[in-house]
Design a protein around this ligand. Structure first.
Ligand code: ADP
Ligand code: MG
Length: 222
């Protein structure tokens, strides 16, 4: 599904070279929940950004669906990002002036292929999945941190992407909410998605199918 071949990423800062990723080889598969752990500065976000086509490697090849992405132009990148990848961040980036239903609906507004009825069904199904149907009219400021993150996860899923990427999605949450989010990711892997989550939380080990440890830009395996 996602194949990293000798991926390296170097940053040049004040004439000094920083090796954020050092010759990474790995294959992510559909139907699996991967946890990426490691010290701060070990390259976790850099790896996720490259997999999510938000950044380019300095060298190496990233294949998605058996297709080499290195020659993609911005339009092709956008197509993959829109259709194949759902992003979840530590800050949920919900629109404060839209309610839960509208926030989840937002990415569908530009979708011309689906009817209004189909869009509403997608949002309702996602609300049921995240178990927040009873908060449908709430605005973000009227939600707990965990509820907000569940809305952000639902929103990342509206285009039915096969890849879910999350960078420290539970950084602001307590243990109970953390476990709820991880079990939701597990559920997504169980329905066939490729879920990749960067986290510092020990609780993720209970839910992830595979744990990757990054150490100075190198994968140490589990
Ligand atoms: P993590 O997410 O594991 O904390 P990052 O992937 O954000 O680590 O960063 C890995 C290394 O690359 C760090 O040493 C960081 O300082 C450096 N780095 C990240 N982004 C940049 C950038 N845009 N310019 C220069 N150095 C960067
Ligand atoms: Mg990071």
């Amino acid at each position: 599904m996602i194949e990293l071949n000798s991926i390296s990423k170097k940053f040049l800062k004040s004439k000094k070279e920083i090796i954020a990723l050092n010759n990474i080889n790995f294959k992510f598969e559909l139907g699996k929940f991967y946890a990426i752990m490691g010290n701060s500065g070990s390259g976790k976000s850099t790896l996720l950004n490259i997999v999510g086509l938000l950044d380019k490697p300095t060298s190496g090849i990233l294949c998605i669906n058996d297709t080499d992405t290195s020659m993609f132009n911005e339009k092709q990148n956008n197509m993959i990002r829109l259709n194949e990848i759902g992003y979840v961040f530590q800050e949920c980036y919900l629109c404060e002036n839209l309610n839960v239903f509208e926030n989840i609906m937002l990415p569908l507004m530009i979708n011309k292929k689906l009817s209004e009825k189909e869009k509403i069904k997608i949002v309702n199904d996602l609300l049921n999945m995240i178990n927040l149907y009873n908060r449908i009219n709430h605005f973000p400021k009227e939600l707990s941190g965990g509820e907000k993150q569940r809305v952000a996860i639902a929103r990342s899923l509206v285009n039915n992407p096969r890849i879910i990427l999350a960078d420290e999605p539970t950084g602001n949450l307590d243990k109970n909410n953390e476990e709820m989010i991880f079990s939701l990711f597990k559920k997504l892997a169980n329905i066939g998605k490729c879920v990749i989550v960067v986290s510092h939380s020990e609780f993720i080990k209970k839910y992830a199918d595979k744990i990757l440890y990054l150490d100075n830009g190198i994968i140490r395996g589990d």
